[in-house]
Design a protein around this ligand. Structure first.
Ligand SMILES: [Cu+2]
Length: 197
């Protein structure tokens, strides 16, 4: 699901972002492209506060139940602009190209966002507004919520796609707990396997 308003523009431009996104996370992904869907506030089962620093998250990973709707309260406690984005590694890689454009156009400037520029029409009815429901892009000191419904087991990460941040390790695993899979309790035992750092 790619709902970015400027994805067409991103594809049209030949940015050599391959060096950025590729390989940072090992590969071997490619199944379960479904990262879930925007959640309803009335379905929220719990809130998780996620703090963003330069360049990492606290907590570094989360555990969810398949089908669960979670309210993420995202706080930027760093000195740089950061993103909280729920997606597959492939989605993050694609979004990193868009974020690179935002940097090239001066929309993301270290610790600041150029809000005027984000609203600007790129000439084809597209803007660089960052308003996908699965993510928030925050300046230092800012806080915002994301209500997200996780669908199924999948290869899902929360990540910051500001250029260089994912590569610096600013991503975390979404671990799906056993749900109805019949696998024995994964809580303690599988965690080390899912930790890639
Ligand atoms: Cu970041």
């Amino acid at each position: 699901m790619t709902s970015s308003k400027f994805v067409v523009a991103a594809l049209a431009m030949s940015i050599s972002a391959t060096a950025l996104g590729a390989g940072a996370h090992g590969g071997g992904h490619g199944h379960g492209a479904n990262n879930g869907e925007p959640g309803k506030a009335s379905d929220v089962s719990r809130s998780i506060t996620v703090e963003m620093y330069d360049n990492y998250y606290e907590p570094e990973e989360i555990e969810v139940t398949p089908g669960e709707t979670v309210r993420f309260v995202v706080e930027n406690k760093g000195k740089l602009v950061h993103e909280f984005n729920i997606g597959t590694p492939a989605m993050h890689e694609a979004h990193q190209k868009e974020m690179m454009m935002m940097v090239e156009h001066g929309i993301i400037q270290g610790g600041k966002l150029n809000h005027e520029m984000m609203e600007m029409d790129m000439g084809n009815g597209q803007s660089m507004k960052h308003d996908d429901p699965n993510s928030v892009l925050l300046e230092p000191g800012k806080s915002q919520e994301v209500v997200w419904k996780f669908s199924e087991k999948g290869d899902i990460e929360f990540a910051c796609n500001v250029p260089g941040h994912y590569q610096a390790g600013m991503y975390g695993e979404v671990n799906f707990n056993q749900g109805d899979s019949g696998v024995r309790s994964l809580a303690g035992e599988l965690k080390p396997l899912n930790t890639t750092q």
